[in-house]
Design a protein around this ligand. Structure first.
Ligand SMILES: C[S@@+](CC[C@H](N)C(=O)[O-])C[C@H]1O[C@@H](n2cnc3c(N)ncnc32)[C@H](O)[C@@H]1O
Length: 316
């Protein structure tokens, strides 16, 4: 019996080797091991200690779950098989506190970590402090506003990357279109985009739908609700095929929409049999809940299709 288990660290240690040792081992090493000053977290990666300075100033000043998940994944055999960063040129978008930047650098990559100007001081501090004397290539830190002056500041002819990495850059903000433009700008033939994210909002699904127009995508892993994908740019022909598929989907949605209207208009002249079936299927007993169900259905449908296509890619 453990009294006052708190964070559960002692319980985890006591649990010892009873179940799946390796899994437990890396999970434990990626949870913050201790706080030795407010605003600092300490992690261990491949036996090396990483101390990250955080603050509550902005989204970029705290560590987000997708960064943790991708770091953990890259420590696994599967991760290293899929993402080989040794001596590769890597660009990170929205690097934030720099936890992932540190790990990328420790894995031997030539990293350029980017973010908004106000984030760069802390990012540079964490990156240098944790990699000095342990790194193969000196990392660069650069300002990058998504979608802004990309051709001037990062021309494609001189800025080619083997990998572009981004964690939790899709959430509720006004720059999703600019983010997609940025991903497309940097993903040239031969570039692999590694994108890890939690799916939180309906707007995330819109981003994903747009993303699928331009990228072939494979789901590598799901860890603690974070999905880790690799993606490559589609050719213009493939983009065209996807647009046709989307048009077909829109047609189907229009049909669904018109059957919805028929269902809520009892005096409608359309076939009552079909409407009754639709209402029963959605288990709606009034107009408002029908509306809600229809909306939910759309979100679920979009998401299921996204997951299905990611899984098909993985099998293919
Ligand atoms: C949710 S945080 C994720 C940080 C880090 N990748 C992680 O997973 O811990 C999103 C990051 O994107 C950056 N960001 C947000 N909007 C941006 C924009 N318009 N241009 C460039 N970076 C942006 C933020 O400063 C922040 O560092």
């Amino acid at each position: 019996l453990e009294i006052g288990a708190g964070t559960g660290l002692v319980s985890i240690v006591a649990k010892g080797n009873t179940e799946n040792d390796k899994q437990q081992e890396y999970k434990r090493s990626w949870a913050p091991t201790f706080y030795y000053r407010p605003g600092k977290e300490v992690f261990s990666f491949l036996g090396q200690e990483i101390t990250i300075q955080e603050s509550i100033d902005s989204y970029g000043a705290t560590i987000w779950p997708a960064a943790l998940a991708l770091c953990r994944f890259m420590e696994t055999l599967q991760g290293r098989q899929h993402i080989d960063l040794l001596d590769k040129s890597v660009l990170e978008l929205g690097a934030g506190t720099g936890l992932l930047s540190v790990v990328i650098t420790l894995l031997g990559a030539k990293l350029t970590a980017t973010d908004l100007p106000e984030i760069l001081g802390n990012l540079r501090y964490n990156l240098n402090k944790n990699t000095r004397g342990r790194r193969r290539h000196e990392p660069l830190v650069a300002e990058l506003y998504w979608g802004h002056k990309l051709d001037e500041t990062f021309p494609r002819s001189t800025h080619q990357y083997d990998y572009v990495l981004a964690t939790d850059v899709v959430y509720y903000h006004d720059f999703l279109a600019e983010l997609l433009v940025t991903m497309r700008h940097f993903c040239q033939p031969g570039t692999t985009l590694v994108w890890a994210n939690k799916v939180r909002y309906a707007s995330d699904l819109d981003f994903i739908n747009n993303f699928l127009r331009y990228f072939d995508i494979t789901l590598l892993e799901e860890l603690d609700d974070v999905r880790i994908y690799v993606a490559t740019s589609k050719t213009p022909e493939q983009e065209g095929d996807h647009v046709q598929e989307m048009n077909k989907e829109e047609e189907d949605n229009d049909k669904l929409e018109s059957s919805k209207q028929d269902a809520v208009e009892p005096n409608s002249t359309s076939e009552t049999g079909n409407n009754a079936e639709e209402v029963e299927h959605l288990e709606c007993d009034d107009t408002q809940s029908l509306e809600n169900k229809m909306e939910e259905n759309q979100v679920d449908k979009g998401f299921q299709e996204f997951v299905r296509s990611a899984e098909e890619e993985e099998e293919g």
